[in-house]
Design a protein around this ligand. Structure first.
Ligand SMILES: NC(=O)c1ccc[n+]([C@@H]2O[C@H](COP(=O)([O-])OP(=O)(O)OC[C@H]3O[C@@H](n4cnc5c(N)ncnc54)[C@H](O)[C@@H]3O)[C@@H](O)[C@H]2O)c1
Ligand SMILES: [Zn+2]
Length: 370
């Protein structure tokens, strides 16, 4: 099996390519090495037995050439940044939606060659996760109304009776409700891949990653990576900046577990045209994450709770991973208690510049923070 990893120089891709080479597979990477993620000097992986094609995912000719001899594709190439996608709209749609379209046209020109396509989607396609209303049962809330947020009233309310709701794990069957351009482009990615894959018998698997963390996440890109961004601020003796009241929750999944899920999706023959959440099923409050990170770095700095909010931000979204466990055999292995100190150790050895402050100012200038 020779695997093409698009976006393979990135955070997930570099862990995945090493894992696949370790399994004795041939690996080719197609990656434009964007400056936002890699800075001026992209890390070269040729030396590790991985062939790197430096090209844009929306360049049909380059994608054609990269597919030569390939029997499986993992499509990770994307612009990654929820807030930034709200004003760099064309850039996100071009890479994420048109890029996927380009890959699919190249694949159907080689019908029968590629036996497995795995595409990276995101929990953001759900918007808010599923919640339980004490009266109405399970409900899918939409975005909280602006007037509610203006009162600094943060918790989710039932869309039917307005009672306060409790978050529960979100299954793949929750209808799409993306709340950012990035999320819409990930919905495009997965739906285009499933639709074209089914029509042309390219066995396709969609993986919806939750919030991934771990060593190797881009230090150049302040638009993605909540745990890493908190750490960068702490290393500069700045408090992590937290929106709302800090009690919003996310599902933080270690990159090693995401790689496990991708490898299973490449291997299993029973999962064609299926969609899976890859998370942990565990909810972590954002302020708690900041404190965990501060402890791991030995920086006694409390997070700054701003009581501001970002347009399109969700309150809670936690993965229901039962499908991935049952059908893929996926089992998350890295707890936050082990993963955060590991991330802290890695970061201590890195040269970090604080780019989060500038990114924050940019969001404010775009009137996305209120
Ligand atoms: N990191 C997360 O928390 C997370 C969560 C959900 C989904 N995802 C998805 O997982 C995938 C991998 O994310 P990541 O964290 O490794 O991101 P990353 O930014 O580290 O890697 C993405 C890679 O894509 C490349 N790229 C960007 N635009 C390109 C283009 N036009 N042509 C070719 N290559 C291009 C970049 O150079 C980079 O190496 C993405 O599809 C992302 O949407 C990530
Ligand atoms: Zn209700």
């Amino acid at each position: 099996m020779t695997v093409l990893i698009t976006g393979g120089l990135g955070f997930v891709g570099s862990h995945l390519s090493r894992a696949l080479v370790g399994q004795g597979r041939g690996v080719r990477v197609l990656d434009a090495a964007t400056t936002q993620v890699h800075g001026a000097q992209p890390h070269h992986t040729d030396s590790e037995g991985i062939e790197w094609v430096s090209a844009d995912i929306a360049d049909r000719r380059a994608v054609d050439a990269a597919l030569e001899g390939v029997t499986a594709v993992v499509h990770l190439a994307a612009e990654v940044g929820v807030g930034q996608s709200m004003y760099e709209i064309r850039r996100y749609v071009r890479t994420n939606s048109l890029g996927t379209a380009t890959l699919l046209e190249a694949l159907l020109a080689r019908r029968g060659q590629v036996q497995r396509l795995v595409v990276a989607s995101s929990n953001t396609v759900y918007g808010e996760g599923v919640t339980r209303c004490p009266q109405c049962g399970l409900v899918n809330p939409g975005l909280r109304p602006a007037a509610q947020l203006a009162r600094r009233d943060w918790e989710l309310r039932c869309p039917q009776c307005a009672a306060p709701c409790e978050p529960v794990p979100t299954p793949e069957s929750r209808p799409f409700a993306p709340t950012s351009v990035y999320a819409i482009s990930k919905q495009d990615t997965e739906q285009l891949a499933l639709c074209v894959g089914r029509a042309y018998d390219i066995p396709t698997v969609v993986l919806r990653f939750f919030n991934i963390y771990g060593p190797g996440q881009s230090l150049q890109n302040p638009y993605a990576g909540i745990a890493k961004n908190f750490a960068v601020r702490l290393l500069h003796d700045l408090p992590p900046l937290i929106y709302e009241d800090g009690r919003q929750t996310r599902d933080l999944v270690h990159v090693k577990d995401v790689v496990q899920g991708i490898c299973l999706a490449l291997e299993s023959d029973r999962v064609a045209y299926e969609v899976f959440n890859l998370g942990t099923g565990r909810a972590t409050q954002i302020a708690e994450l900041a404190r965990l990170m501060a402890r791991a770095l030995g920086k006694p700095i409390e997070p700054e709770i701003t009581e501001q909010f970002r347009a399109g931000d969700i309150r809670h979204c936690i993965a229901d991973i039962s499908r991935a466990c049952d059908l893929l055999g996926y089992r998350p292995t890295v707890s936050l208690e082990a993963g955060i100190p590991e991330l802290a150790d890695w970061l201590r050895g890195q040269d970090t510049t604080d780019l989060t402050t500038r990114a924050q100012d940019e969001l404010s200038a775009q009137q996305l923070v209120r």
